[in-house]
Design a binder for this molecule. Structure first.
Ligand code: HEM
Length: 115
């Protein structure tokens, strides 16, 4: 066989293998993004662990949604004006706080409460 023919066959094989590898990567990357969007769900009992003390994250529940106040300077060690994280504070934020629920827009929503 002539050298130029051998080169052509080698080039053809290279392109073929390259194309086959390219398509096989796409499916797994699509499935992995789906699992990243999974929402956190906790019962009220499980929420109690997230009280912001001893390095635990500080989560609060309002109207069934869970908010992360861990990075808020107003919630040091999970405590805020006599309230502690790790609880459902729906009544308190609506009836006792001067600011109401609008302040929840300033902290990330991370999940929801389940029974
Ligand atoms: C007597 C009760 C309360 C008082 C006096 C109070 C007062 C305050 C004040 C002064 C701030 C600083 C920002 C601002 O001026 O709005 C704040 C922020 C905030 N409060 Fe309250 N609060 C009370 C209860 C609550 C409760 C029960 C919740 C329940 C989740 C809550 C959630 C928040 C949140 C999420 C922020 C925003 C934190 C941030 O921006 O980092 N507060 N509160």
């Amino acid at each position: 066989m002539r050298k130029s023919n051998q080169l052509l066959i080698a080039l053809f094989l290279f392109v073929f293998i390259f194309a086959a590898c390219g398509t096989s990567d796409e499916t797994p990357s699509e499935t992995s993004t789906e699992s990243e969007t999974e929402e956190l769900t906790l019962t009220l009992e499980e929420l109690e662990m997230y009280d912001g003390t001893n390095g635990n994250p500080a989560y609060v529940a309002v109207d069934g949604e869970i908010y992360d106040v861990s990075d808020s300077s107003f919630w040091k060690e999970g405590a805020h004006n006599g309230f502690q994280a790790g609880r459902d504070l729906t009544e308190a934020i609506k009836n006792e706080s001067p600011h109401g629920v609008k302040n929840l827009e300033r902290v990330p929503k991370v999940g929801r409460i389940v029974d």
